[in-house]
Design a protein around this ligand. Structure first.
Ligand SMILES: [Zn+2]
Ligand SMILES: [Zn+2]
Length: 150
């Protein structure tokens, strides 16, 4: 700062070397002309107000930017957690799912066996009925034949 102001005089006092520049308009100013507030140095109260307001706006924008960045970060974390929970569930329930799958497979096999048994029973029943009927018919015909000599 001092190097930049080497040989530069105060805009209000041409015989006094400048020690700073106005934060708002950039005018070189001497120690007597400096208006300082909130670590901001200006040539006038008007510039000081402008500098503080623009500084406030800048910090507000920065704050908002940081807030939105924080929001994005939180969203990303939430997404990550959701993905992790899904993965954890998948891995945690993998064994359960596999056992359920095997149970379902066993059940299907049992049902298939039962169904086959039922079908076989049905076939046997039909077979038996057929045989009974056959036997009846034979018996009847035998009876008839036996009756013929009468
Ligand atoms: Zn100024
Ligand atoms: Zn001055």
């Amino acid at each position: 700062m001092a190097k930049n102001l080497e040989g530069v005089v105060c805009l209000n006092h041409p015989n006094t070397p400048a020690v700073a520049r106005c934060a708002a308009c950039g005018k070189p100013i001497c120690a007597d002309c400096m208006k300082t507030k909130n670590n901001i140095t200006c040539c006038s109260d008007r510039c000081l107000v402008n500098a503080i307001e623009s500084g406030a706006v800048v910090s507000d924008i920065m704050g908002r930017k940081q807030k939105s960045e924080a929001k994005g970060f939180v969203k990303m974390i939430i997404k990550l957690v959701v993905v992790l929970v899904i993965l954890a569930c998948l891995f945690g329930f993998k064994d359960k799912l596999m056992s359920l799958f095997h149970q379902a497979k066993d059940k299907t096999a049992t049902l298939t066996e039962q169904a086959q048994g039922k079908v076989q029973e049905g076939i046997n029943a039909i077979d038996k009925k057929g045989k009974d009927w056959d036997a009846k018919v034979r018996k009847k015909s035998t009876d008839d034949r036996m009756r013929i000599p009468d």
